[in-house]
Design a protein around this ligand. Structure first.
Ligand code: AHR
Length: 666
């Protein structure tokens, strides 16, 4: 798909050259030189990771495979997402009861009291999250909590496709002698599929029954786990082979006010007891309202840890430091009242790593994971700023390090990548010898190009950098078209600077991760989805090429003894992958003109003649992988034979190339 504003790139004066397809080659100049025997830095196994936040229907309505919206009637409008209809419906037949004293975390449920209900007499239809994605020929699990007050009512459930045709059906009846709250369930298959399906419940008979947690999941979740995650979405993450998973955000950690901050303890244990909370992205942006955006926490901290483990990534939870989002209320917890926040951090370490004799370790074991989750790092605060943040972080650092000296702490430099606020925090945290300092940059593509040498100027010693949220934001666009080749290529160029400076930058993650085409608040995003499909952006492929070609050591790659940070619009870095016996070179050509370079390979003995080149390329920077269409940008791998110590490389216009050169590495 092509976006209209074709010459925007050039008018910004970014590359200075034509946007038209290649017409000629730049003159060949001095060779580039790789010093393969001189390791500049180690690349951390955690270097390239992912940032997950429940934004853009990332969790509820996305990764969390629950199909019923507002299953427990806890949204501020208890019937949001539900439609009540039927020939026999009358006032008071369906009531919302609230028993906060007895059921503090899940107080609401519905009571149905009726006589002689015939089919079609009373129906409850759930619309799902912008519809329900249903696949043909698959099995689905329906479940609910129920309490019979007077026996005699039964349910028929039907899955409806986009044109309201029934594509799945089952009958469910309560156990005849059931009293108190019970779990009921029935599984059934589908004869058709739908992108925006619905679930209709028809109630028949006479009696009174209480219903809660009305739920529908596909059986083919990730790893087939009951009540689990969408397999296609987790697979997209697994295919990135991320070094870490940062969760649960983002601003969602802080909350609009302290009351709505993310509280991990409320997200573990039985799913039925997890208290629903408004999602802060519900009403954050007036131009993208999402009044039905809540968090059920069915995807809670246990599930995040499990997913990280499944995909071979290190978990990186971020916790509230006692400051609500400073773009919103900026509420502060007085220092005297910080204890519950400190306990949250200490208890989380116990939850993740403690054995079954500990309180929180025992809960993890009970939930199904006796082995520790290998938590090594925790972030305290997200995009907080000012002396109040430093004050609070200092207390966290003292308390956590006193008990768990092995745990590394991530501190944040706020939402901006420079300026007095950034410098104040950076210097405060460096003087406190903070382990990792989180930097965020959402900026124009030009910023990314200009800053490819950002970390060349950082001290090699002291605190390390976590580039915790970044994305190139093209101006003038609004949705998935923001994930165009222009943005991705700028990120690819910038990331050569992260890689070259692996001595300083030890972790990096693009943000945000997921976006639902019918329910997003923020763009660009790494992966776009609808209820059935996943679309990978050019930015995704850039991240993937780095992650799959991470290597183990950085080696020097220079032209005239200086790193490649935009000379002739070329950006480059090189790593060795010692176990794989591979030299890996990454080159971004951000100009609309092809280039040819000779690379002198010093201190390296090549193995065999064949090298491979994987490339992302397009002559039009405005293209993007439009949801629902054939992708415009995909990696293409070719092989060729080379000989000698000089490697000649051709770099097409607007391209990102990863070259893998087999070597004998001691
Ligand atoms: O990634 C979206 C938001 O951007 C994050 O929640 C926040 O940390 C940043 O401002």
């Amino acid at each position: 798909m092509k976006y209209k504003s074709g010459s925007f790139w050039r008018t910004l004066g970014w590359v200075g050259a034509s946007l038209l397809p290649v017409t000629g080659l730049q003159a060949q100049e001095t060779s580039w030189v790789i010093e393969g025997a001189k390791t500049v830095a180690s690349v951390q196994p955690t270097m390239w990771g992912i940032f997950f936040e429940d934004i853009n229907l990332g969790a509820d309505g996305g990764l969390y495979a629950e199909l019923v919206k507002n299953r427990s009637f806890e949204f501020s409008d208890p019937f949001m997402g539900w439609e009540l209809s039927g020939k026999q419906i009358s006032d008071g037949m369906v009531r919302v009861l609230n028993e906060r004293t007895q059921r503090p975390t899940n107080p609401r449920y519905i009571r149905i009291e009726a006589n002689d209900l015939a089919t079609g007499g009373l129906e409850l239809t759930n619309e799902g999250f912008r519809g329900m994605g249903i696949r043909e020929g698959r099995q689905y699990d329906f479940s609910l909590l129920y309490r019979q007050v007077t026996a005699g009512l039964a349910l028929t459930l039907e899955l409806l496709d986009d044109s309201s045709k029934v594509i799945g059906k089952a009958n469910w009846r309560p156990q005849s002698n059931a009293g108190g709250w019970q779990k009921g369930s029935v599984s059934f298959g589908t004869s058709g599929g739908a992108k925006k399906g619905k679930l209709r419940l028809t109630i028949t008979g006479s009696g009174t029954i209480d219903l809660d947690q009305i739920s529908l999941f596909p059986q083919d979740t990730w790893k087939g786990r009951k009540g689990g995650l969408r397999a296609d979405m987790v697979q997209a993450l697994a295919d990135l082979k991320p070094g870490f998973v940062r969760f649960p955000g983002g601003c969602i950690v802080e909350g609009h006010e302290l009351e709505t901050r993310y509280q991990w303890k409320k997200t573990v244990g039985s799913v039925d007891d997890r208290e629903v909370s408004i999602n802060r992205w519900n009403n954050e942006f007036a131009h993208r309202p999402a009044p039905d955006y809540y968090q059920t926490f069915g995807l809670g901290f246990y599930e995040y840890f499990l997913m990280a483990e499944d995909i071979g990534a290190s978990p990186l939870p971020i916790l509230s430091c006692g400051m609500a989002c400073q773009f919103n209320t900026a509420e502060l917890v007085p220092l005297d009242d910080l204890d519950p926040y400190l306990s949250d951090a200490l208890d989380l370490i116990e939850f993740a790593n403690g054995d079954s004799t500990t309180h929180w370790g025992q809960l993890r074991a009970k939930m199904g994971h006796p082995a520790p989750f290998q938590l090594r790092k925790i972030g305290i605060g997200n995009e907080n700023w000012g002396p109040q943040y430093v004050e609070r972080f200092t207390i966290f650092q003292q308390r956590i390090k006193a008990k768990y000296p092995e745990i590394e702490l991530v501190s944040s430099t706020g939402p901006f990548s420079g300026g007095p606020g950034f410098r104040y925090l950076d210097s405060a945290f460096r003087s406190m010898k903070a382990d990792l300092i989180d930097e965020h940059y959402y900026a124009k593509p030009e910023w990314f190009l200009k800053n490819a040498d950002r970390y060349d100027k950082y001290e090699r010693t002291g605190s390390k950098v976590f580039a915790g949220e970044f994305a190139a934001h093209v101006e003038g666009l609004t949705g998935s078209d923001r994930n165009n080749w222009r943005s991705a290529l700028a990120e690819a160029a910038f990331m050569t600077g992260l890689e070259r400076n692996a001595a300083v930058v030890q972790m990096a993650s693009y943000a945000p991760l997921f976006s639902h085409i019918d329910g997003w608040q923020w763009a660009p995003d790494l992966i776009w989805v609808d209820n059935l499909n996943v679309w990978l952006t050019p930015n995704y492929y850039v991240q993937q090429l780095y992650s799959l070609n991470k290597g183990t050591e950085v080696v020097s790659l220079t032209a005239m003894n200086v790193p490649l940070t935009g000379q002739d619009s070329l950006y480059a870095s090189a790593v060795l992958d010692r176990p794989a016996g591979m030299l890996i070179v990454k080159i971004a050509n951000v100009k609309g003109v092809a280039a040819e370079k000779n690379i002198q390979l010093n201190g390296i003995r090549r193995k065999g003649k064949t090298i491979s080149e994987t490339r992302l390329q397009h002559n039009d920077l405005t293209v993007f992988n439009a949801p629902g269409e054939k992708p415009s940008i995909l990696p293409v791998t070719t092989s060729r034979s080379v000989s000698g110590k000089q490697l000649k490389v051709s770099l097409p216009p607007y391209s990102f190339t990863v070259i893998r050169i087999p070597c004998h590495l001691p």
